[in-house]
Ligand binder design. Structure first.
Ligand SMILES: NC(=O)c1ccc[n+]([C@@H]2O[C@H](COP(=O)([O-])OP(=O)(O)OC[C@H]3O[C@@H](n4cnc5c(N)ncnc54)[C@H](O)[C@@H]3O)[C@@H](O)[C@H]2O)c1
Length: 393
């Protein structure tokens, strides 16, 4: 069993909710009580550093179960009422097309914001709200929940420590039967998770993207997508996304020059390291010979932790209370949106390559925000954390 130092994982690990009694609680309002909102509500309601004060949804019937379960929480169908209240931080769990307007209004009202992925429906909108959050000195965090999954944090730590050697290829499948959306394709709905994990694990942005897919259920809304990302150093990443598949799969394979790792979110051992590879060596008579290394799979021991969404909510509050910029901040969210937008373009242009290089953003507002990238900050934070010695294996 491979052991990873708990304190060497990521900034998210610093946010376990064991703060001293009497610490100030942040007043939180949640917007959206559809599928995901109730999970966000449950987690904020359970956190000692949060005071869940208000929940808002346009549909009054969605608020009835909230009012029944949390009698001390005010419910409203008016977002303006929530913004005018004493709520300090707003968690937004509404459909993608509403994110820009709701986040902008919340920031303008002086609230800190946790918005569900993806940050916004266009790069232009995303850049505007990232700039607004920074100008108004408010915390803006995007709910890339898988970055709070211990197996993903451990995978990132293994890669950053060079345990796998040079990373060559990453492939992933995110498949299931539904839930089918109407306002966002399988690309916009599912790919944010895989893109965020790759940005985090590799610590750099891709140079190019292409995507191909098909829309079977609704015209123009792709149900099945194959996306390809090229990272610097000839590192290729593939993602297969579908909500039209009989079997749920959440799997990522990282192939390095020394070792390989498989992260399977549905397996008992979520992260397994393989000391496996192929080496091409020249023999005496000049003919090449392939040498296979076939080490036993080694499950990676993961720290016991709360559910990723609970840790995400706790980390957001930690950033609000300590007034620090989150690691999965608006800039990470914006980079994800930028990649999604170009991938979507490729999808509608028959799978042509779209460059993501510097200078390809023609919009000055986007260029300005992209000039400082999130991962410079993240790498510095990670390097600091990962100087902690690892546990014995
Ligand atoms: N992090 C994750 O793993 C994860 C998982 C699922 C969904 N999500 C994200 O959560 C968000 C919501 O997804 P969902 O599946 O819950 O959608 P949903 O359609 O089930 O629920 C959205 C709710 O928002 C309400 N709403 C819409 N506009 C509103 C407005 N202007 N003011 C107040 N309420 C409004 C709707 O009435 C509805 O109840 C999406 O961004 C989605 O990508 C994230």
């Amino acid at each position: 069993m491979v052991m990873i130092s708990e304190s060497g994982l990521s900034p998210a690990m610093l946010a376990e909710p064991d703060r001293p009694a009497g610490h100030r609680r942040t007043r939180v309002g949640v917007v959206g009580a559809g599928y995901w909102g109730p999970k966000v509500i449950r987690n904020f309601a359970a956190l000692p550093q949060a005071e869940l004060t208000m929940v808002c949804d346009l549909v009054a019937a969605r608020l009835d179960p909230v009012a029944a379960q949390y009698p001390g929480v005010r419910v409203t169908t008016s977002f303006a009422e929530l913004l005018a209240s004493e709520v300090e931080a707003v968690a937004i769990a509404t459909p993608l097309t509403t994110h820009y307007a709701l986040v902008k209004q919340a920031l303008q009202a002086g609230k800190h914001v946790l918005v569900e992925k993806p940050l916004a429906a266009t790069t232009r909108q995303g850049a505007e709200i990232v700039a607004l959050a920074e100008e108004s000195d408010r915390v803006l965090m995007v709910g890339h929940t898988f970055l709070f999954e211990p197996a993903v944090e451990a995978l990132g730590a293994l890669v950053r420590r060079g345990e796998l050697g040079e990373i060559r290829h990453i492939t992933a499948q995110r498949l299931n039967l539904g839930p089918v959306r109407h306002d966002a394709s399988a690309l916009w709905d599912l790919a944010p998770h895989d893109i965020a994990i790759r940005l985090d694990v590799l610590g750099c942005a891709p140079e190019a993207v292409r995507a191909q897919g098909a829309a079977y259920l609704q015209s123009g809304v792709h149900d099945v997508v194959q996306m390809e990302l090229w990272f610097p150093g000839n590192r290729l990443a593939h993602v297969h996304l579908s909500w039209l598949d009989p079997v749920k799969v959440r799997r990522m394979t990282v192939v390095g020059s020394q070792k390989m790792a498989v992260y399977d979110d549905l397996a008992a051992d979520k992260l397994v390291l393989y000391d496996r590879g192929v080496v091409l060596s020249a023999t005496r008579d000049g003919h090449p010979e392939l040498l296979y290394r076939l080490g036993e799979p080694q499950p990676v021991a993961l720290p016991r932790a709360d559910e990723p969404l609970r840790r995400q909510c706790a980390y957001f509050l930690d950033c609000v209370q300590r007034h620090i910029r989150p690691a999965p901040d608006g800039r990470l969210g914006l980079q994800v949106v930028r990649i999604l937008e170009r991938a979507d373009h490729s999808l509608h242009k028959g799978g042509r390559y779209e460059s993501l290089g510097w200078g390809t953003d023609t919009d000055p507002a986007v260029r300005e925000v992209m000039a400082t990238t999130w991962w410079h900050w993240r790498s510095a934070a990670s390097a600091q954390l990962e100087t902690v010695p690892e546990a014995a294996s």
